[in-house]
Design a binder for this molecule. Structure first.
Ligand SMILES: Nc1ncnc2c1ncn2[C@@H]1O[C@H](COP(=O)(O)OP(=O)(O)O)[C@@H](O)[C@H]1O
Ligand SMILES: [Mg+2]
Length: 273
């Protein structure tokens, strides 16, 4: 594992209308991590994600991926390393059938058609998309399936890092767990770094090894979930509500419960000690 696969130094980003969406962001992200990126709406999560994969170029500072500076590297070279799955798959999917959708990236980087075919089949099988769906229009699939097609389209480029923007928003609990288990599988079995952008703190507590908390275009916290959720200063500055069990433990600190509780099970373990 390369623990400095992505290096972000003094990153600032300003949109054309003058909105300063990021400022002074410093980060390093390794090649095999499971990271949650959290923060209120408008805190800069999507902008940062797009800077990490080169869709947006820094207005200040730099983003170095696998030794390449995003400002002087073609988008093709960037997306081969960092894939970004849009928050709404419908903003990403635009081809008439699932096969063409997944093949779009590999074709765009001008791979020979035989390799395109191999990559599409591999990506579809990783996300569990049956070959019978290849000729279907993504529009006729469920939202969960469309999201898988969107992820497969990114996987077909075989990026080391996969950023998934709000994968569970608008999905029910069962679908959310399915998506998360699938991302865990990509992380564990295929050694990808997975970065999820999410508002669901229970998901953060359950799946992420590291949490990056943003507010006002800055990174205000960067720590394992148990540590971050018990840092009152960060919670206050980022308006983040930790999971219920953590909130309860924070209240119970005076009674001898230590912080670092992520679930009811953790809390019960401490009480019965
Ligand atoms: N295309 C855009 N043009 C101008 N401002 C934008 C654009 N996209 C996002 N912003 C602004 O940049 C800031 C960060 O937005 P964003 O990165 O989308 O945050 P998040 O993903 O955390 O909700 C917000 O103030 C938002 O209004
Ligand atoms: Mg966003």
């Amino acid at each position: 594992m390369n623990d400095r696969y992505i290096r972000v130094d003094g990153l600032g980003f300003r949109y054309q209308d003058g909105t300063e969406a990021l400022s002074g962001v410093d980060l390093t992200i390794g090649s095999n991590e499971f990271v949650a990126l959290i923060g209120q709406n408008g805190s800069g999560k999507t902008t940062l994600s797009k800077c990490l994969n080169g869709l947006l170029k820094p207005s200040a500072g730099q983003v170095i991926v696998d030794g390449l500076d995003s400002r002087s590297t073609s988008i093709v070279q960037m997306v081969k390393r960092v894939g970004y799955v849009f928050q709404n798959p419908d903003h990403q999917l635009f081809n008439g059938n699932c096969w063409d959708e997944i093949a779009y990236g590999p074709r765009n980087i001008e791979l020979p058609e035989a390799e395109v075919k191999e990559r599409v089949e591999e990506a579809a099988s990783v996300v569990g998309l049956p070959t019978s769906s290849f000729s279907e229009h993504p529009f006729f699939l469920s939202k969960g399936m469309r999201q898988r097609v969107a992820i497969a389209a990114i996987l077909a480029l075989r990026p080391q890092v996969i950023i998934v923007d709000e994968p569970t928003t608008g999905q029910d609990t069962r679908q959310s767990i399915e998506i998360m288990e699938f991302l865990v599988m990509l992380h564990r079995q295929h050694d990808h770094t997975v970065i999820i952008v999410t508002h669901d703190m229970d998901i953060v507590a359950r799946y992420a090894d590291r949490v990056i908390a943003m507010a006002g275009g800055r990174v205000l916290g960067d720590a394992p979930p148990a540590e971050l959720f018990s840092d009152r200063a960060v919670l206050e500055a980022t308006f983040i509500e930790p999971p219920q069990a953590t909130r309860l433990a924070l209240r119970l600190e005076d009674c001898g419960i230590s912080s670092g509780v992520l679930s009811a099970t953790d809390l019960l373990a401490q009480i019965s000690r």
